[in-house]
Design a protein around this ligand. Structure first.
Ligand code: DGI
Ligand code: FE
Ligand code: FE
Ligand code: FE
Length: 187
C-alpha cells in the first residue's frame, strides 16, 4: 500500500485528536532518524501505523492476541499495552508491511524490550516527545533527546514506571528489561 493510502486508512481508524498525535510522531520520528542515523522513510512508516489498533475494542484485540499466538501474558497486564503487538499484526496482515524493523518498532513502541533496535528506540521516543505531548517530564526528555536517544528513553520509561507505581498497576516485564538494558548501554 502506498503512503497516502496508508495514511487515509489509519486516519479513519481513530478520532482526530489521536490522528494529530500520529502526525506528531511521524514528524518527530523523521527528525530523530536523521539525527541518529536511521532510515527516515522506515521511521515514518512505523510512526504512521504505530497506533493503528489503539481504538479497537478490547475484545477484538484479545481475540487476535489469543488466535494469532501473540504473547498471552499481555492479557494479565494493562490493556493499554495490547494495541502495540496487535498493531504490528495489523501492519503485516492488512497493510502488507514486510520490513521487520518497521514491524518490531510498532510491536515494541509501548513496552520497549531488551535489545531495542535503533528503529524501536526512535519510534518509542517519538511517541513520548512528539509536539502534542504534555506531561511533566516531556520538556526534559526533549532536551536530553538533543544528544542521547538512550538517555531520553530512560527518562521516558522512568516517567511511565513512576506513573504505574503511583496507580498501583503492574509493570510489564519488557518495560523493566528495556530500562535495565538501556542503562547498561549508556553507562
Ligand atoms: O498509545 P499512546 O498513548 O500514544 O502511547 P503508548 O503506546 O506508549 O501507551 C502508553 C500507555 O501504556 C501509558 O498510559 C502507560 C500504559 N502502560 C500500562 N502498562 C504499561 C504501560 N506502558 C509501559 N511502557 N509498560 C507497562 O507495563
Ligand atoms: Fe501507542
Ligand atoms: Fe510509548
Ligand atoms: Fe502513540
Amino acid at each position: 500500500m502506498n503512503r497516502d493510502a496508508m495514511i487515509e486508512a489509519v486516519r479513519s481508524e481513530m478520532p482526530e485528536r489521536r490522528w494529530n498525535h500520529t502526525l506528531g510522531v511521524m514528524e518527530t520520528s523523521i527528525i530523530l532518524a536523521e539525527r541518529f542515523g536511521a532510515d527516515p522513510v522506515k521511521a515514518e512508516q512505523a510512526a504512521i501505523l504505530h497506533d493503528v489498533a489503539k481504538y479497537w475494542q478490547t475484545s477484538r484485540m484479545e481475540s487476535i492476541i489469543r488466535q494469532e499466538g501473540l504473547p498471552a501474558d499481555l492479557l494479565e497486564f494493562d490493556k493499554e499495552l495490547w494495541h502495540a503487538p496487535v498493531g504490528a499484526f495489523v501492519a503485516e496482515q492488512l497493510f502488507k508491511v514486510t520490513d521487520l524493523d518497521v514491524l518490531d518498532a510498532i510491536r515494541y513502541h509501548t513496552s520497549g524490550r531488551e535489545g531495542m533496535t535503533l528503529m524501536d528506540k526512535i519510534v518509542c521516543l517519538a511517541d513520548y516527545m512528539e509536539p502534542g505531548r504534555d506531561f511533566p517530564a516531556v520538556h526534559k526528555i526533549r532536551e536530553i533527546a538533543q544528544h542521547s536517544l538512550e538517555k531520553a528513553l530512560v527518562a521516558g520509561f522512568d516517567s511511565t514506571i513512576s506513573y504505574l507505581l503511583q496507580q498501583g498497576k503492574r509493570i510489564y516485564p519488557l518495560t523493566v528489561a528495556a530500562r535495565n538494558d538501556l542503562l547498561l548501554f549508556i553507562r
